[in-house]
Design a binder for this molecule. Structure first.
Ligand code: MN3
Length: 238
């Protein structure tokens, strides 16, 4: 599927009330519209860095069709609805919305949707076709220093992913001069805790259930062995 199709739907949702038109028949006809729409949504679904079937067989096109085109799109759409008419709709970055809404109970819905929109955009970049393997250079040195070796890091990443009860994320983060593994529940993100995210794997069931059913560890192992984009992770180091 063309990732731009999903973006055009969010545009249609904005256009329909303005133009008083029915949705029927418009799908696919307004992919070039955003720049012309006065009330364009504050945030749009970012394009995937690869085709939706590029990570198969480790993540199927069917999973990506739901995970990217439905779940990620829904977080973006919900965020746009929640911030409509607020200063957050007027141009700050997604990171700013995450940071400004974090830890504020009256803005929990904004935080949940903004953080999930950010986490997913980051997660897609943490993978690539024919990824996995070992990092090199400074990243490998930091991993060896922080975890005692790359194999030890992988074992700890898997254990952290499996230990996350229910929905959440496993992250390799930079915290000062050291690297750490952290897990976050639901939408929570290391961004909101002053840590620098380097690499993440989504361990919500929607990330793996179609391909692996309940076998989360097998999914995370495939992420480490075949998908992890260590060049992207190294580029996040400070
Ligand atoms: Mn997800």
């Amino acid at each position: 599927m063309n990732p731009h199709v999903s973006t055009s739907w969010s545009v249609i949702r904005i256009l329909v009330p303005v133009m008083g038109m029915a949705v029927g028949g418009m799908a696919g006809e307004s992919a070039t519209a955003p720049a012309m729409v006065a009330d364009a949504p504050a945030f749009t679904l970012p394009a995937l860095p690869y085709a939706q079937d590029a990570l198969a067989p480790y993540i199927s096109a069917r999973t990506m069709g739901f995970h990217y085109a439905k779940h990620h799109q829904a977080y973006v759409d919900n965020l746009n609805k929640l911030i409509a008419g607020t200063p957050w709709a007027a141009g700050p970055s997604l990171e700013t919305v995450v940071l400004e809404s974090a830890g504020k109970p009256d803005h929990a819905a904004v935080f949940n949707n903004a953080a999930q929109a950010w986490n997913h955009a980051f997660f897609w970049k943490c993978m690539k076709p024919a990824g996995g393997g070992r990092p090199a250079g400074r990243m490998l040195n930091l991993i060896e220093k922080s975890f005692g070796g790359f194999d030890e890091f992988k074992t700890a990443f898997l254990a952290t992913a499996v230990a996350q009860f229910g929905s959440g994320w496993v992250w390799l983060v930079q915290d000062g001069h050291t690297l750490k593994l952290v897990k976050t529940a639901n939408a929570d993100t290391p961004l909101a805790h002053g840590q620098t995210p380097l690499l993440t794997c989504d361990v919500w069931e929607h990330a793996y259930y179609l391909d692996y059913q309940n076998r989360r560890q097998e999914f995370v192992q495939a992420f480490l062995d075949h998908l992890a984009n260590w060049e992207f992770a190294a580029a996040q180091l400070r």
